[in-house]
Design a protein around this ligand. Structure first.
Ligand SMILES: NC(=O)c1ccc[n+]([C@@H]2O[C@H](COP(=O)([O-])OP(=O)(O)OC[C@H]3O[C@@H](n4cnc5c(N)ncnc54)[C@H](OP(=O)(O)O)[C@@H]3O)[C@@H](O)[C@H]2O)c1
Length: 276
């Protein structure tokens, strides 16, 4: 599997997304994914599954040092004391001494970003996380976060799939030496997987539409993907994307679907997104 080298972090280009997975089902899938060779797991406090993810990691027997583990601080916990408490609680629930990446899940204009970035830096200095980053940060806010952070940011995790234009965010991440981590990379199993540009490439390469879309992500420079599945057989399918390449015209045809301009994760607390 491919590894991204971004601002001092070595991040496997594919990880397991765990939103909605809980309890034994979650532990079993994390355990199975690690058994199949996944080395990157994405969780968050708001998913209420950190204890289950931790159990899956321990059950797999894969040494902690081989796993890139990400969690996130919810946007209502971005004041310094709340952020520190949130990070400490995540480690307790996960049953680990550190995570590899701690992300600000969403920006919160009610808390000065300088305070949040300082607190994030302080938990990194204490060794609770190896690396820090952000999620759902459009380019002006990303520039601000980079400016305010003493330690380099290694990732901006954002919604990204063929139906959404994230070229501005991607260019900004590359400028700062960061990864762009694509969430909802499979358009949640939606229409993007049925597009002729995708299904034609699938037929040509003998791959499934999901594999074509995941390959389209990781074939872009410094882009990682964290597809979620609740089915073991799809764990194998989703990771089998490093034994073929898409042609330039196939990359372009799938990228061209961006004009659909569909954003799945948009809430009352969302920031002002980059115009496409
Ligand atoms: N930072 C943020 O704000 C944020 C927001 C959303 C998500 N995330 C993270 O990103 C991860 C991924 O995003 P997501 O879960 O929203 O969406 P996603 O990974 O794009 O889609 C998941 C859906 O796709 C289906 N699927 C998985 N593999 C498939 C395949 N090979 N063929 C067809 N369908 C397939 C799954 O169904 P089955 O279970 O039936 O396979 C599931 O319904 C999350 O789990 C979470 O870790 C972060």
């Amino acid at each position: 599997m491919k590894t991204l080298h971004v601002n001092g972090a070595a991040m496997p280009a594919i990880g397991l997304g765990t939103w909605t997975l809980q309890g034994k089902e979650c532990s079993r899938l994390v355990d199975a994914a690690l058994g199949l060779g996944y080395r990157h797991v994405d969780t968050a406090t708001i998913y209420e599954n950190e204890a289950d993810v931790g159990e899956g990691i321990r059950g797999s027997g894969v040494p902690r040092g081989e796993i890139f583990l990400t969690t996130k601080v919810w946007w209502t916990d971005l004041a310094a004391a709340d952020l520190v408490r949130s990070a400490e609680k995540s480690l307790r629930l996960l049953g680990v001494d550190y995570v590899d990446l701690l992300l600000v899940h969403w920006p919160n204009p009610q808390v000065p970003l300088a305070e949040t970035m300082d607190a994030l830096g302080s938990v990194r200095e204490r060794g609770l996380t190896r690396h820090i980053g952000v999620s759902n940060f459009p380019t002006p806010l990303l520039a601000e976060a980079v400016r305010l952070s003493e330690a380099p940011l290694v990732a901006n995790q954002v919604e990204h799939h063929p139906y959404l234009d994230q070229r501005k965010v991607h260019a900004a991440c590359r400028k700062y030496g960061m990864a762009m981590v694509s969430y909802c990379p499979l358009h949640r199993g939606g229409g993007a997987l049925q597009e002729p540009a995708v299904t034609a490439a699938a037929a040509r390469h003998g791959k499934t539409p999901a594999q074509i879309v995941l390959r389209w992500h990781v074939q872009q420079e410094d882009v990682a993907v964290i597809p979620r599945t609740s089915r073991k057989e799809r764990l194998t399918e989703n990771a089998a994307i490093f034994d073929f390449s898409l042609e330039a015209d196939e990359m372009e045809a799938i990228g061209g679907l961006r004009s659909a301009n569909q954003r799945i994760c948009d809430y009352s607390f969302s920031p002002e997104w980059d115009a496409s």
